[in-house]
Design a protein around this ligand. Structure first.
Ligand code: ATR
Length: 284
Protein backbone atom coordinates (compact mmCIF):
# COMPACT_ATOMS: atom_id res chain seq x y z
CA UNK A 1 0.00 0.00 0.00
CA UNK A 2 2.89 2.37 0.73
CA UNK A 3 3.48 4.94 -1.95
CA UNK A 4 6.58 7.07 -2.04
CA UNK A 5 5.53 9.49 -4.76
CA UNK A 6 1.89 10.44 -4.91
CA UNK A 7 1.53 12.50 -8.05
CA UNK A 8 -2.20 12.54 -8.77
CA UNK A 9 -4.33 14.81 -6.59
CA UNK A 10 -5.83 12.83 -3.74
CA UNK A 11 -9.49 13.30 -2.79
CA UNK A 12 -10.54 12.42 0.72
CA UNK A 13 -13.51 13.32 2.84
CA UNK A 14 -15.87 12.79 5.71
CA UNK A 15 -19.54 11.88 5.66
CA UNK A 16 -21.71 12.50 8.69
CA UNK A 17 -24.95 14.06 9.80
CA UNK A 18 -24.06 16.58 11.13
CA UNK A 19 -20.56 17.01 9.71
CA UNK A 20 -19.82 20.67 9.12
CA UNK A 21 -18.52 21.23 12.66
CA UNK A 22 -15.87 18.52 12.19
CA UNK A 23 -12.20 19.23 12.89
CA UNK A 24 -11.09 16.47 10.51
CA UNK A 25 -10.74 18.65 7.38
CA UNK A 26 -8.31 20.96 9.17
CA UNK A 27 -6.02 18.23 10.41
CA UNK A 28 -6.06 16.20 7.19
CA UNK A 29 -5.42 19.23 5.01
CA UNK A 30 -2.50 20.07 7.25
CA UNK A 31 -1.12 16.54 6.84
CA UNK A 32 -1.48 16.70 3.03
CA UNK A 33 0.31 20.03 3.00
CA UNK A 34 3.15 18.94 5.26
CA UNK A 35 3.73 15.85 3.15
CA UNK A 36 3.57 17.83 -0.07
CA UNK A 37 0.67 15.82 -1.43
CA UNK A 38 -1.77 17.70 -3.59
CA UNK A 39 -5.36 16.97 -2.74
CA UNK A 40 -8.46 17.86 -0.76
CA UNK A 41 -10.32 16.65 2.33
CA UNK A 42 -13.94 17.76 2.40
CA UNK A 43 -16.75 17.33 4.91
CA UNK A 44 -20.15 16.28 3.54
CA UNK A 45 -23.31 16.54 5.58
CA UNK A 46 -25.60 13.95 4.02
CA UNK A 47 -29.21 13.27 5.01
CA UNK A 48 -29.65 9.65 6.18
CA UNK A 49 -31.68 8.51 3.17
CA UNK A 50 -28.79 9.34 0.82
CA UNK A 51 -25.88 7.82 2.74
CA UNK A 52 -25.09 4.76 0.60
CA UNK A 53 -25.58 6.69 -2.62
CA UNK A 54 -23.20 9.38 -1.36
CA UNK A 55 -20.49 6.81 -0.60
CA UNK A 56 -20.92 5.23 -4.03
CA UNK A 57 -20.77 8.73 -5.50
CA UNK A 58 -17.45 9.47 -3.82
CA UNK A 59 -16.10 6.11 -4.98
CA UNK A 60 -17.15 6.84 -8.56
CA UNK A 61 -15.67 10.32 -8.44
CA UNK A 62 -12.31 8.73 -7.72
CA UNK A 63 -12.00 9.51 -4.02
CA UNK A 64 -9.24 7.54 -2.29
CA UNK A 65 -11.27 7.07 0.85
CA UNK A 66 -13.65 8.50 3.42
CA UNK A 67 -14.02 8.92 7.13
CA UNK A 68 -17.47 8.07 8.38
CA UNK A 69 -18.99 9.55 11.48
CA UNK A 70 -22.32 9.53 13.32
CA UNK A 71 -24.84 8.20 12.59
CA UNK A 72 -23.47 6.16 9.69
CA UNK A 73 -20.66 3.97 11.05
CA UNK A 74 -22.72 0.77 11.15
CA UNK A 75 -24.15 1.33 7.69
CA UNK A 76 -20.63 1.95 6.39
CA UNK A 77 -19.59 -1.45 7.71
CA UNK A 78 -22.66 -3.16 6.26
CA UNK A 79 -22.28 -1.69 2.78
CA UNK A 80 -18.56 -2.53 2.46
CA UNK A 81 -17.34 -5.25 0.11
CA UNK A 82 -14.39 -6.24 2.28
CA UNK A 83 -13.24 -6.00 5.85
CA UNK A 84 -9.82 -4.32 6.02
CA UNK A 85 -8.86 -5.63 9.46
CA UNK A 86 -10.16 -7.77 12.26
CA UNK A 87 -11.44 -5.13 14.66
CA UNK A 88 -14.30 -4.04 12.39
CA UNK A 89 -15.94 -7.47 12.61
CA UNK A 90 -16.02 -7.34 16.39
CA UNK A 91 -17.02 -3.71 16.62
CA UNK A 92 -19.60 -3.89 13.83
CA UNK A 93 -19.00 -0.34 12.66
CA UNK A 94 -16.46 1.43 10.46
CA UNK A 95 -15.08 4.96 10.61
CA UNK A 96 -12.77 4.56 7.62
CA UNK A 97 -13.45 3.41 4.06
CA UNK A 98 -10.81 2.78 1.42
CA UNK A 99 -11.75 2.59 -2.24
CA UNK A 100 -9.49 0.11 -3.96
CA UNK A 101 -9.95 -1.58 -7.33
CA UNK A 102 -13.59 -0.59 -7.40
CA UNK A 103 -14.23 -2.17 -4.00
CA UNK A 104 -15.08 -0.63 -0.63
CA UNK A 105 -12.84 -1.83 2.20
CA UNK A 106 -13.70 -0.89 5.78
CA UNK A 107 -11.65 -0.27 8.93
CA UNK A 108 -12.16 1.03 12.46
CA UNK A 109 -9.30 3.29 13.48
CA UNK A 110 -10.90 4.37 16.78
CA UNK A 111 -9.18 1.34 18.30
CA UNK A 112 -5.76 2.66 17.32
CA UNK A 113 -6.84 6.16 18.40
CA UNK A 114 -7.75 4.99 21.89
CA UNK A 115 -4.73 2.81 22.60
CA UNK A 116 -2.22 5.24 21.15
CA UNK A 117 -3.79 8.17 23.06
CA UNK A 118 -3.32 6.24 26.31
CA UNK A 119 0.25 5.47 25.35
CA UNK A 120 0.95 9.16 24.67
CA UNK A 121 -0.42 9.92 28.14
CA UNK A 122 1.96 7.37 29.63
CA UNK A 123 -0.61 4.70 30.46
CA UNK A 124 -0.61 1.10 29.34
CA UNK A 125 -3.63 -1.16 29.20
CA UNK A 126 -1.96 -4.47 30.01
CA UNK A 127 -2.83 -5.70 33.48
CA UNK A 128 -5.14 -2.76 34.21
CA UNK A 129 -8.70 -2.67 35.48
CA UNK A 130 -10.76 -0.56 33.11
CA UNK A 131 -14.22 0.93 33.59
CA UNK A 132 -16.05 1.74 30.37
CA UNK A 133 -19.17 3.88 30.66
CA UNK A 134 -21.46 3.48 27.66
CA UNK A 135 -22.19 0.67 25.23
CA UNK A 136 -22.40 2.29 21.80
CA UNK A 137 -19.86 2.34 18.98
CA UNK A 138 -17.18 4.22 20.91
CA UNK A 139 -17.48 1.80 23.80
CA UNK A 140 -17.06 -1.19 21.48
CA UNK A 141 -13.79 0.25 20.16
CA UNK A 142 -12.54 0.84 23.72
CA UNK A 143 -13.53 -2.67 24.87
CA UNK A 144 -11.93 -4.27 21.81
CA UNK A 145 -8.70 -2.37 22.37
CA UNK A 146 -8.67 -3.23 26.08
CA UNK A 147 -9.09 -6.93 25.30
CA UNK A 148 -6.46 -6.88 22.58
CA UNK A 149 -4.02 -5.17 24.92
CA UNK A 150 -4.62 -7.65 27.76
CA UNK A 151 -6.46 -5.59 30.35
CA UNK A 152 -6.95 -7.50 33.58
CA UNK A 153 -10.64 -6.70 33.84
CA UNK A 154 -13.14 -4.62 31.89
CA UNK A 155 -16.32 -3.45 33.60
CA UNK A 156 -19.01 -1.99 31.33
CA UNK A 157 -21.56 0.38 32.79
CA UNK A 158 -24.52 1.39 30.66
CA UNK A 159 -28.01 2.78 31.06
CA UNK A 160 -29.34 -0.04 28.87
CA UNK A 161 -27.86 -3.18 30.37
CA UNK A 162 -28.69 -5.44 27.41
CA UNK A 163 -26.38 -3.43 25.14
CA UNK A 164 -23.47 -3.93 27.53
CA UNK A 165 -24.26 -7.64 27.72
CA UNK A 166 -24.22 -7.86 23.93
CA UNK A 167 -20.71 -6.35 23.83
CA UNK A 168 -19.48 -8.91 26.35
CA UNK A 169 -21.10 -11.71 24.35
CA UNK A 170 -19.62 -10.51 21.04
CA UNK A 171 -16.11 -9.90 22.33
CA UNK A 172 -15.33 -12.36 25.11
CA UNK A 173 -14.06 -14.87 22.54
CA UNK A 174 -11.18 -12.49 21.81
CA UNK A 175 -9.51 -13.30 25.09
CA UNK A 176 -10.26 -15.67 27.91
CA UNK A 177 -7.67 -13.98 30.14
CA UNK A 178 -9.55 -10.70 30.54
CA UNK A 179 -12.68 -10.78 32.63
CA UNK A 180 -15.61 -8.76 31.27
CA UNK A 181 -18.15 -7.69 33.85
CA UNK A 182 -21.41 -5.72 33.51
CA UNK A 183 -22.59 -3.46 36.31
CA UNK A 184 -25.17 -0.80 36.99
CA UNK A 185 -23.81 2.73 37.00
CA UNK A 186 -24.96 3.27 40.53
CA UNK A 187 -22.68 0.43 41.61
CA UNK A 188 -19.54 2.12 40.28
CA UNK A 189 -16.69 2.23 42.76
CA UNK A 190 -13.94 4.39 41.29
CA UNK A 191 -11.32 2.92 43.61
CA UNK A 192 -11.60 -0.40 41.85
CA UNK A 193 -10.24 0.93 38.54
CA UNK A 194 -7.01 2.19 37.04
CA UNK A 195 -8.63 3.79 33.99
CA UNK A 196 -12.19 5.14 33.77
CA UNK A 197 -13.45 5.89 30.26
CA UNK A 198 -16.49 7.93 29.32
CA UNK A 199 -17.64 6.38 26.04
CA UNK A 200 -21.19 7.74 26.16
CA UNK A 201 -22.30 10.57 23.94
CA UNK A 202 -22.90 12.69 27.04
CA UNK A 203 -20.59 15.59 27.49
CA UNK A 204 -21.27 18.01 24.70
CA UNK A 205 -23.97 19.61 26.73
CA UNK A 206 -23.31 20.18 30.37
CA UNK A 207 -25.28 17.17 31.47
CA UNK A 208 -23.61 15.56 34.37
CA UNK A 209 -22.76 11.99 33.64
CA UNK A 210 -25.85 10.45 35.14
CA UNK A 211 -24.97 12.11 38.40
CA UNK A 212 -22.75 9.14 39.05
CA UNK A 213 -20.27 11.17 40.98
CA UNK A 214 -22.86 11.92 43.57
CA UNK A 215 -23.24 8.21 44.06
CA UNK A 216 -19.71 6.87 43.78
CA UNK A 217 -17.90 5.45 46.72
CA UNK A 218 -14.51 7.10 46.92
CA UNK A 219 -11.96 6.15 49.47
CA UNK A 220 -10.25 9.47 50.05
CA UNK A 221 -7.18 7.86 51.58
CA UNK A 222 -6.49 5.66 48.59
CA UNK A 223 -5.26 8.02 45.91
CA UNK A 224 -3.38 5.86 43.46
CA UNK A 225 -2.50 7.01 39.95
CA UNK A 226 -5.65 6.86 37.95
CA UNK A 227 -6.81 8.18 34.59
CA UNK A 228 -10.18 9.62 33.63
CA UNK A 229 -10.37 9.44 29.84
CA UNK A 230 -13.13 10.95 27.72
CA UNK A 231 -13.75 9.94 24.12
CA UNK A 232 -15.27 13.39 23.56
CA UNK A 233 -12.79 16.12 22.59
CA UNK A 234 -13.61 18.75 25.14
CA UNK A 235 -13.31 19.16 28.86
CA UNK A 236 -16.53 17.42 29.82
CA UNK A 237 -18.20 17.48 33.26
CA UNK A 238 -16.85 13.93 33.62
CA UNK A 239 -13.26 15.19 33.24
CA UNK A 240 -13.89 18.12 35.55
CA UNK A 241 -15.01 15.67 38.21
CA UNK A 242 -11.91 13.56 37.65
CA UNK A 243 -9.77 16.64 38.08
CA UNK A 244 -11.55 17.60 41.28
CA UNK A 245 -10.82 14.14 42.63
CA UNK A 246 -7.14 14.70 41.87
CA UNK A 247 -6.77 12.17 39.06
CA UNK A 248 -5.07 12.43 35.67
CA UNK A 249 -7.47 13.38 32.89
CA UNK A 250 -7.35 13.22 29.11
CA UNK A 251 -9.94 14.44 26.64
CA UNK A 252 -10.58 12.88 23.24
CA UNK A 253 -8.48 15.26 21.13
CA UNK A 254 -5.51 12.96 20.79
CA UNK A 255 -7.87 10.06 20.10
CA UNK A 256 -9.47 12.11 17.31
CA UNK A 257 -6.11 13.03 15.78
CA UNK A 258 -4.72 9.52 16.06
CA UNK A 259 -7.74 7.80 14.51
CA UNK A 260 -7.44 10.32 11.68
CA UNK A 261 -3.70 9.75 11.31
CA UNK A 262 -4.31 6.01 11.05
CA UNK A 263 -7.02 6.54 8.41
CA UNK A 264 -4.57 8.71 6.48
CA UNK A 265 -2.03 5.90 6.59
CA UNK A 266 -4.63 3.43 5.31
CA UNK A 267 -5.48 5.70 2.37
CA UNK A 268 -1.98 6.83 1.44
CA UNK A 269 0.49 4.38 2.93
CA UNK A 270 2.21 7.14 4.90
CA UNK A 271 1.75 7.79 8.63
CA UNK A 272 1.36 11.59 8.84
CA UNK A 273 2.94 13.97 11.41
CA UNK A 274 0.39 13.54 14.21
CA UNK A 275 1.86 16.20 16.54
CA UNK A 276 1.38 18.80 13.81
CA UNK A 277 -2.18 17.62 13.21
CA UNK A 278 -2.92 18.02 16.91
CA UNK A 279 -1.49 21.54 16.92
CA UNK A 280 -3.73 22.43 14.01
CA UNK A 281 -6.93 21.66 15.93
CA UNK A 282 -5.79 22.28 19.50
CA UNK A 283 -7.07 25.79 19.82
CA UNK A 284 -10.36 25.29 18.06
P1 ATR B 1 -21.39 6.25 19.98
O1 ATR B 1 -21.27 5.54 18.67
O2 ATR B 1 -20.75 7.61 19.98
O3 ATR B 1 -20.92 5.44 21.12
P2 ATR B 1 -24.16 5.62 20.46
O4 ATR B 1 -23.97 4.32 19.77
O5 ATR B 1 -25.37 6.42 20.16
O6 ATR B 1 -22.93 6.59 20.16
O7 ATR B 1 -24.04 5.36 22.03
C1 ATR B 1 -24.30 6.35 22.94
C2 ATR B 1 -24.03 5.84 24.35
O8 ATR B 1 -24.31 6.91 25.26
C3 ATR B 1 -24.90 4.68 24.78
O9 ATR B 1 -24.18 3.90 25.68
C4 ATR B 1 -26.05 5.39 25.49
O10 ATR B 1 -26.73 4.59 26.46
P3 ATR B 1 -27.92 3.60 26.02
O11 ATR B 1 -27.25 2.40 25.43
O12 ATR B 1 -28.64 3.31 27.27
O13 ATR B 1 -28.74 4.37 25.02
C5 ATR B 1 -25.31 6.50 26.19
N1 ATR B 1 -26.22 7.60 26.50
C6 ATR B 1 -26.66 8.56 25.63
N2 ATR B 1 -27.47 9.43 26.26
C7 ATR B 1 -27.55 9.02 27.55
C8 ATR B 1 -28.22 9.51 28.72
N3 ATR B 1 -28.97 10.61 28.69
N4 ATR B 1 -28.06 8.82 29.87
C9 ATR B 1 -27.29 7.71 29.92
N5 ATR B 1 -26.62 7.20 28.86
C10 ATR B 1 -26.75 7.85 27.71
Amino acid sequence: MAEKNIKEPVYLGLIGFPAFHSLSPRMHKKALKLLNISGEYLAFEIPPERFEKAVEGAKNLGFRGLNITLPFKERAYKMSDEVGSDEVKFIGSANTLLFENGKIKCFNTDVFGFEKALEKKGYQIEGKKIAVIGAGGASRAVVFSSLKNKAKKITIFNRTKSKAEKIAEDMQTLSSKTEIEIKELKEIDIDEFDIVVNATSLGWKDENLLDIFQKVKINKNKKEKKLFFDTIYRKTPFLKEGEKLGYDTEDGKWMLVLQGAKSFEIWLGIYPPDEEMLKEIENM
